[in-house]
Design a binder for this molecule. Structure first.
Ligand code: 5GP
Length: 114
């Protein structure tokens, strides 16, 4: 069993976070270092998938749940339009290897890439 990810530790209540949505198997929190007026992270409660490719291959229904929660949060916190970013691999900027979607909304520019 790998070390708990930062997101698992948030789910366990060890690290505070601002929760903005949840479903049975996924949650949404505000990013600690926002790169857009709305910058939310949506991730499965389980940390068993390191990135979106693993998640899509193993559990497409859970990926659908993550995308649906992203859509719900974007509609609640902004006008409904949003950018969805899954950094995949260190060279792409991924730093947390517990799959998560960046939901960016509310006045985006070209730098709002998660
Ligand atoms: P990645 O670089 O892996 O695509 O995204 C990780 C994201 O997690 C970053 O945008 C970073 O700001 C965010 N993050 C890292 N640590 C914490 C934390 O303790 N709380 C919250 N809310 N976000 C975090």
């Amino acid at each position: 069993m790998s070390e708990p990810s930062i997101f698992t530790r948030i789910l366990n209540g060890e690290i505070p976070a601002e929760f903005v949505g949840e479903t049975e198997n996924a949650v949404a929190i505000k990013d600690i270092a926002p790169k857009a007026p709305v910058h939310v992270l949506v991730f499965p409660r389980t940390q068993e998938y390191r990135n979106v490719v693993e998640l899509a291959a193993a559990d497409p229904a859970l990926l659908t749940e993550v995308v649906g929660l992203a859509n719900t949060v974007a509609a609640e916190l902004s006008d409904g339009d949003f950018r969805l970013v899954f950094n995949t691999g260190p060279d792409a900027g991924q730093t947390v290897f517990h799959v998560h979607a960046h939901v960016l909304a509310g006045g985006l520019d070209e730098k709002s890439l998660g």
